[in-house]
Design a protein around this ligand. Sequence first.
Ligand code: ARG
Length: 260
Amino acid sequence: AVGAGGLTAAAGCIGGGGGDDGETITIGSDIPYAPFEYRNEAGDLIGFDVEIAEAVFGEQLDLNYEFQETSFDGIIASLNNANFRVIMSAMTINESRAERVDFSDPYFTAYQTVLVLEDSDITSREDLRGESVGVQRGTTGEAAAEDLQEEFDGELQIESYDQINGAFDALLNNQVSAVINDNTVSASFAAENDGVVFLEGDGVAADRDDAPPYLTLTIEEYGIAFRQDDDDFRGEVNDALQAIRDDGTYEEIYSEYFDG
Ligand code: ARG
């Protein structure tokens, strides 16, 4: 078996662990996307998805597994080309994707939110008209930006980057005025960078108890994606997801990354 958290010999494959016999389940993921999948200073792959994968594939299903780094744009095509068995990449469940993959039951709620620089003069959603926003290519953040662009009759410039860090860097360097991205990922970036703040305002999630206290453009749920001929395995994974909720493992991992 591949040691948990260790490096495997195969290029591009990281982490993994689990049982001793049978095939190795490969998990396609775009890295870094902290706090879901990223490396610590020692270079180990860590994150919420990484620990949920260990609990589900390693502990519950007793499988060998490893993460395989891949670009997010095209990740579904890559799954369907059998480059890996599943996608676990903070991926939002939506209808257009569900035409090409099957999703597990939801395992995390997220919201599209807007980051700006504290000293900018953008203080409301309407202030984004005529501005530029950075997004990660192929994401629901990009789709939310396109919806906003339509709402502004085209008066929004969208800059798409292969990885979210490209959009974050562009914000810090004043190459874009805002970044539209998943709330917890943007929150961890804002926490590490002075002067980066969420755009405030009443959003689509404003009346939800658990909504973040700033502008929300969408409400989304993450799922693990499978090829459409992989129903038995998808069922086993759903059972395992339920089991880690029932035995407290999910809550333990959740509070490690999100409560405090
Ligand atoms: N939740 C968003 C989506 O599904 C962004 C996911 C990006 N994930 C990543 N690992 N880079 O489009």
